[in-house]
Design a binder for this molecule. Structure first.
Ligand code: BES
Ligand code: MN
Ligand code: ZN
Length: 491
């Protein structure tokens, strides 16, 4: 659940809060705005800074005792020397949110020396990201062991009125991240293609969007032999879902967001090793980001046309599963030799990308946990970005930076096209180990007949280890990039 965010102007010495987080840049002395609080604390802040106990380095924290009945605890969080203030605030607020959630204070207040509307948004998003936790499948601890979950956060600033918009935007984004991360965290036996479709229906209904849901039969009619070849190994009904948000000019072409929704990826007949296979429940993070982005876009009330689309199924080995060497035909008529059944995401997305052509898109951005090669190339830090229009790629990369979800462009040159030529069909679904992210994207490019960007989020949509501001598990990436891209195209 998203935090109840608010903003208030008050002198810190008059504030009552169980925890005040001070987000401070590197170096120097106690900022003027903290003078009265420092006095109330008997000079504890100036002492800590004066001794060098706290220097404001990035990610540095110091917990101090506050005042009885006022600011009960103080958490100093360092931002280093920020190059981008928004990102530094988001990160520091993430650390503060995480720590507040751990302490069980229930509420947190936050303060920083310099703050504008964008900064308020960044702090609101950070507090939400850091304090998020998935508890649906756990038995609650005994009352005496229970800690209060963080449910409310208040930004303390002199210019409260000018920050309200930022706080409202943060609340909308937080709702989007919550949808995305909750779906992602659900195990494969809970989050089926039908659950993804039902969640999309719920979002669509609450925000008056149109929705289309296709099943196996409808996809057969469309000739989606590529998508269906993946779905033929599972008893679950595959789903192709489109959510239509239309608040822009009637004649304006829509932006289309597309997501890979593999509710679990065993690899199929080309089965994956057992070790760490459980993480393949996260193979639907692209679809989850699309659903979350639609939630956030609607809450932001963006006056534009956006279609959110995803293809959902489960990649299983079975008596009916597709086999290496099989040749399948996509809805465009192109034939594909399935060399490796574990390269299933591109088979699903091929038919989904071809299908969204019916919307006559202004631009299409897809997100997919598509290749392990992308994790090797960029690690868990950057999303891979590739596309058929360099200006559009740059626009999406720039949106990703603003959103605090950095992406980096990889080349999509025709030179690599050799690698996905087949002896028997028009294409093969793998190009070998070399340039795996690029050959996967080149495969998708064959089906993207519009300005298009592909985001490979295999390394960034979830983390197997704890990150600084986000505990291990789903990060929500690229929900924020989707929303920022759409915002950048609105008015
Ligand atoms: N879902 C995986 C990619 C993946 C790997 C995501 C690691 C997150 C972490 C995808 O379906 C896959 O299995 N790709 C193969 C492609 C190969 C067979 C050409 C891969 O990357 O190994
Ligand atoms: Mn796979
Ligand atoms: Zn996969």
């Amino acid at each position: 659940m998203a935090l109840d965010l608010s903003v208030r102007s008050t002198d810190l010495s008059a504030l009552k809060t169980p925890l005040l987080a001070l987000l401070l840049p590197a170096g120097g002395t106690v900022p003027a705005g903290l003078k009265s609080l420092d006095d109330a604390m008997g000079g504890a802040l100036s002492t800590a800074l004066g001794r060098g106990d706290f220097r404001g380095a990035r990610d540095e924290t110091l917990h101090l005792q506050g005042t009885r009945g006022g600011v009960e605890r103080v958490l100093l969080v360092g931002m280093g020397k920020p190059t981008t203030l928004g990102l530094a605030l988001r990160r520091a607020a993430g650390i503060a949110g995480r720590q507040a959630h751990r302490l069980g204070t229930g509420q947190v207040s936050a303060w920083t020396p310099r703050i504008d509307r964008a900064g308020a948004e960044a702090i609101g998003v950070g507090l939400n990201l850091g304090s998020w936790e998935y508890t649906d499948l756990r038995t609650p601890p005994a009352p005496e062991e229970r800690r209060a979950p963080l449910t409310a956060a208040t930004l303390i600033a002199p210019n409260a009125a000018t920050l309200r918009g930022g706080i409202a935007a943060a609340t909308a984004l937080a709702a989007g991240y919550d949808v995305t991360r909750r779906l992602a965290m659900m195990p494969g036996n809970v989050c089926t293609p039908d659950v993804l479709a039902d969640t999309a229906r719920d979002v669509a209904k609450r925000h008056r969007m149109g929705i289309t849901v296709l099943g196996r039969k409808e996809m057969e009619k469309e000739g989606m032999g590529s998508f269906l070849s993946v779905a033929q190994g599972t008893a679950q009904e595959p789903r192709l879902v489109a959510m239509e948000y239309r608040r822009g000019r009637k004649d304006a072409k829509p932006l289309v967001l597309v997501g890979k929704g593999l509710c679990f990826d065993t690899g199929g007949i080309s089965i994956k090793p057992a070790e760490r296979m459980e993480f393949m429940k996260f193979d639907m993070c692209g679809a989850a980001a699309v659903i979350g982005a639609m939630e956030a876009i609607a809450r932001l009330g963006l006056k534009t046309n956006v279609i959110g689309v995803f293809g959902a199924t489960t990649n299983m080995p079975s008596g009916t599963a597709v086999k290496p060497g099989d040749v399948v035909r996509a809805s465009t008529g192109k034939t594909i030799e399935v060399i490796n059944t574990d390269a299933e995401g591109r088979l699903v997305l091929a038919d989904v990308l071809a299908w969204v052509k019916r919307y006559d898109p202004e631009a299409v951005v897809d997100a997919a946990t598509l290749t392990g090669a992308c994790v090797i190339a960029l690690g868990n830090t950057a999303t891979g970005a590739l596309g058929n229009n360099d200006r559009l790629v740059r626009e999406v990369v720039s949106a990703s930076m603003t959103a605090g979800e950095p992406a980096w462009q990889l080349p999509l040159w025709d030179e690599y096209r050799e690698l996905i030529k087949s002896d028997v069909a028009d294409l093969r679904n793998t190009g070998g180990r070399a340039a795996g992210t690029i050959t996967a994207a080149l495969f998708l490019k064959e089906f993207a007949d519009f300005p298009w960007v592909h985001l490979d989020v295999a390394g960034t949509a979830y983390s197997e280890t704890d990150l600084v501001m986000i505990p291990r598990g789903p990060t929500g990436v690229p929900m924020g990039t989707f929303v920022q891209f759409v915002r950048g195209r609105t008015r």
